[in-house]
Ligand binder design. Structure first.
Ligand SMILES: C[S@@+](CC[C@H](N)C(=O)[O-])C[C@H]1O[C@@H](n2cnc3c(N)ncnc32)[C@H](O)[C@@H]1O
Length: 194
């Protein structure tokens, strides 16, 4: 699959994200990471890591493991790299298309936080299948997506994609937050026989 795209944030977007991430959204990100129950030996992929808000927190948890923060945007990668520069377990990964370059490891946990709705609908399924291929046995994919009427995806679209992989079991919960609106959390695990 060769969807080449360039999506670089404007400087104002980076500044705003930095400001919000270090103030009003701090607790939100802390709570998100706590719920993932990362093990210190885990090898984790933060797929489309953006500013690295999640990667930097995940890296502090996987002290004996590895954290790969991947993105299509070199501006976001540069920004996240500054944040993670002192972190021994962190590795960056800039990718340009949904090709095999991202098959750089086998992961215990893959995090996709507010990512799928940003990807062109016709590539979403392929991206999810690609993530499945990168999972270790018993590996998990954590997905959080906005499922507002005005923003994001429909919950059934997300569930249909997970079911269409045929190899993931899942549970989900839908919540609403004053800060980010209505969102769905899906915990997906590779079926034992897969
Ligand atoms: C909303 S941000 C989420 C960042 C991070 N996961 C977080 O929650 O803090 C979406 C990320 O997906 C990346 N991305 C990947 N594919 C994209 C696409 N087709 N269009 C826009 N952004 C895309 C962007 O570079 C960006 O880092």
């Amino acid at each position: 699959m060769n969807q080449e795209y360039k999506h670089e944030p404007k400087k104002s977007e980076i500044i705003l994200t930095r400001l919000i991430g270090s103030t009003v959204l701090q607790k939100y990100y802390d709570d998100f990471i706590r719920e993932l129950e990362l093990d210190r030996y885990d090898v984790v992929l933060d797929y489309c890591a953006g500013a690295g808000q999640i990667s930097s927190r995940a890296a502090r948890k996987v002290t004996e493991g590895k954290l790969v923060y991947a993105d299509v945007s070199s501006s976001w990668q540069a920004f996240a790299s500054k944040k993670l520069s002192k972190c021994k377990v962190a590795r960056k990964c800039l990718f340009h298309s949904f090709d095999r370059k991202l098959l750089i490891g086998q992961y215990d946990k893959i995090i996709m936080h507010f990512v799928i709705h940003d990807i062109d609908a016709k590539y979403r399924m392929a991206v999810i299948n690609h993530m499945v291929m990168n999972l270790k046995k018993d590996g998990m994919i954590y997905i959080r997506e906005p499922v507002d009427d005005v923003h994001g995806l429909k919950l059934y679209e997300l569930i249909n994609m997970i079911e269409a992989t045929k190899v993931l079991t899942y549970d989900y919960v839908v919540r609403e937050s004053f800060l980010i609106g209505k969102y769905a959390d899906l915990r997906c695990r590779l079926r034992k026989e897969a």
